[in-house]
Ligand binder design. Structure first.
Ligand SMILES: [Zn+2]
Ligand SMILES: [Zn+2]
Length: 336
């Protein structure tokens, strides 16, 4: 690790502190590679930590796990990369089955290890994926949320008895995950409805997905009308809405986790053979597919991303917290 670097430390609930000369005490692993962070996204889970609601992410930590960096040492110096923040063991049954997101012995960048809200970050080489050196670092940093979306949509596809482009799909939430889900579904030619209560996000969905989002607080949604529901919010309200609006034989994929308990309509689930599928992060395979899909423009031109210097992190978190940030993804730049 560098002697000192600029970094943003989560110091207390609702407090992100910019430290111009941060000194890391983290023990490097033998397989660590040092990256110069070019771009790093603020994730919903970082927000969760910021609110003091994630017992796994404690004050004193550098958050951030959606990054693009450049290798700064060794034979691959200068290579632009992104990386899987889940550092899995590679040996357990889940890892051997290719379900490495369920690894029983894993570390995570921005949780059990220092994250990417910093000028430099160390990560094991095997977590890295090379990106084309001429690709926009902000787009590369979107690989992690895009991988979550690829994983979620694949879970839906695998649970269906008909092709997804013949289905009516509802996406709940138009934050980064919901928006990326809608964009990916659009590339499959899927007919969908997007629900979003924050009206400042409606314009972006209209412009980039090409459909008018629905505000579930003021507009009604028909019961039993969707073959697939992808819940990118995961609140008690959205879970019950998912069960109301899903058709018999339909598939609900739960991605968001705003509330840790919800009521499940076990009667409808049973009598109408609803599939309720939990979705957690991504496998290494999803991660690679996500970068390729971004490169191929499957998620559109991504012009809705907004960018701020790392030193403005506290402001960015505040704006996200009080709902005055219209952009679905804020990328921080540690060297600007
Ligand atoms: Zn994330
Ligand atoms: Zn494992």
């Amino acid at each position: 690790m560098m002697d000192t670097m600029a970094a943003v430390v989560y110091t207390a609930p609702e407090e992100m502190t910019y430290v111009p000369e941060y000194r890391s005490t983290q023990q490097d692993r033998d397989d660590d590679v040092l990256l110069r962070i070019e771009s790093v996204g603020i994730c919903g889970s970082d927000m969760h930590a910021y609110h003091g609601k994630d017992p796994r992410r404690k004050p004193g930590l550098i958050l951030g796990h959606e990054f693009c960096g450049e290798i700064v040492e060794g034979s691959r110096q200068g290579q632009l990369v992104t990386g899987n923040p889940l550092i899995t063991c590679g040996k357990c049954d889940f890892c051997l089955q290719g379900r490495d997101n369920l690894c029983t012995d894993r570390d995570m960048i921005g949780m059990t290890r220092l994250g990417a809200f910093a000028q430099f970050m160390a990560i094991p080489e095997r977590c890295l994926i090379d990106a084309p050196n001429d690709m926009n670092p902000n787009h590369i940093a979107l690989t992690e949320p895009a991988a979550t979306v690829i994983h979620a949509v694949d879970l839906a596809i695998n649970g269906l008895n008909q092709p997804i482009n013949e289905c009516r799909v509802m996406v709940i939430g138009a934050g980064a995950i919901g928006l990326l889900t809608a964009l990916l579904l659009k590339s499959y030619g899927v007919k969908m409805q997007v629900l979003e209560t924050n009206l400042s996000r409606h314009l972006c969905v209209k412009e980039h997905v090409g459909i008018d989002p629905t505000n579930p607080l003021t507009e009604s949604i028909n019961d039993n009308s969707f073959d697939v529901v992808i819940d990118c919010v995961g609140s008690k309200k959205t879970s019950s809405l998912s069960f109301k609006t899903i058709k018999a034989g339909g598939v609900i994929v739960n991605v968001g986790l705003q509330n840790w308990t919800s009521e499940i309509d076990i009667r409808k689930l049973t009598l109408q053979e609803i599939k309720l599928i939990g979705c957690y992060t991504y496998t290494m395979k999803d991660f690679k597919s996500a970068l390729k899909a971004i490169e191929e423009g499957r998620f559109g031109n991504l012009s809705w991303i907004s960018e701020l210097p790392l030193s403005d992190a506290n402001l960015a978190f505040k704006k996200l917290h009080n709902g005055t940030m219209a952009s679905a993804k804020v990328i921080l730049k540690p060297h600007k």
